[in-house]
Design a protein around this ligand. Structure first.
Ligand SMILES: Nc1nc2c(ncn2[C@@H]2O[C@H](COP(=O)(O)OP(=O)(O)OP(=O)(O)O)[C@@H](O)[C@H]2O)c(=O)[nH]1
Ligand SMILES: [Mg+2]
Length: 277
């Protein structure tokens, strides 16, 4: 889970590695977290992948707000991309992905004589579901094919059921760092190591967001009959409901925060999107 410490040298190396891999592929699959499509986007992906065809996947759509996911897809489509929602874990949406890939293949076959099967690479920031997607796509029917003649040496490729070639290691890109809001969103979604965060602060901010944006889901989950404008008051009400009380009748803020964060990540509070398109 997002435990890479990105530093400028590492970012430069990653970029160079991805750019050299880019030369080997025809199409990029960019995975975003449907709950945080903006915060889970690498800041320079447009620059890195310029002139490559790109499909945008909103993964973990099972955890996100359907309406918001729809708006994000419309936005990306307006920007000229193919965009779909998927759940890499269950495979929902993978059929649509194959349909798009097949369309790109047909387009290529029309343009080029002796066209070959598409070569694909997956890109995304840590924890968005790259490995899950690769596992899902590779399934049982596919075979790993290293150093296949005609395909660049030294690279491991997975042959998909439709014959296309998928690079077996995804490109892991760095997330945005500058905006504090992005950091919070990545923390809420579980893309930043919890140890480096003040869990009580993260929990408090998440409670604030939920009370403002998903009040019904939040009240239902924690059996609250009303909400305060003050996030700390809401946190305390929740703690009392759940009995998160320490000796001396002190509120266990740590446990309260941990609980809300865990339940949010597990989708127990509801289908929630943290960023609007
Ligand atoms: N609910 C849900 N969880 C998912 C989905 N896809 C992946 N996950 C979970 O998200 C976490 C990260 O998934 P990975 O596939 O390991 O993500 P990754 O992008 O390969 O992560 P790194 O290798 O760390 O960069 C795992 O706990 C997965 O089980 C999905 O569609 N829905
Ligand atoms: Mg992985």
């Amino acid at each position: 889970m997002g435990n890479i410490n990105w530093y400028p040298g590492h970012m430069k190396k990653t970029r160079e590695m991805i750019q050299s891999n880019l030369k080997l592929v025809d199409i990029i699959i960019e995975i975003l977290d449907a709950r945080i499509p903006n915060s889970s986007k690498n800041p320079i992906i447009n620059e890195i992948t310029a002139n490559k065809k790109r499909i945008i996947l909103l993964n973990k759509a099972d955890l996100a707000d359907k309406r918001e996911t729809y708006e994000w897809i419309r936005l990306f489509e307006k920007e000229g991309y193919k965009a779909i929602e998927i759940d890499a874990l269950t495979g929902r949406g993978i059929d649509k992905l194959y349909k798009i890939l097949n369309e790109f293949q047909a387009e290529r076959d029309e343009k080029k004589r002796n066209s070959r099967p598409l070569r694909i690479m997956i890109l995304g920031v840590p924890n968005v579901g790259k490995s899950s997607l690769i596992n899902r796509l590779s399934g049982r029917k596919s075979t790993k094919t290293g150093n296949k003649p005609g395909i660049t040496k030294g690279k491991q490729w997975i042959t998909l059921e439709n014959g296309m070639q998928l690079l077996d290691t995804p490109g892991i890109l760095w997330p945005k760092f500058e905006e504090p809001e992005v950091g919070l969103n990545l923390a809420f979604a579980g893309s930043i190591k919890d140890e480096i965060l003040e869990i009580q602060d993260i929990g408090l901010e998440l409670i604030g967001f939920l009370a403002d944006n998903y009040p019904e889901e939040f009240m239902n989950r924690y059996k609250l009959s009303g909400l305060s404008d003050d996030k700390l008051a809401n946190m305390e009400a929740l703690a009392l409901k759940r009995g998160f009380i320490l000796p001396g009748k002190r509120i266990d803020y740590e446990r309260t925060a941990r609980t809300v964060i865990d339940e949010f990540r597990a989708g127990k509070i509801g289908k929630i999107t943290l960023e609007k398109a």
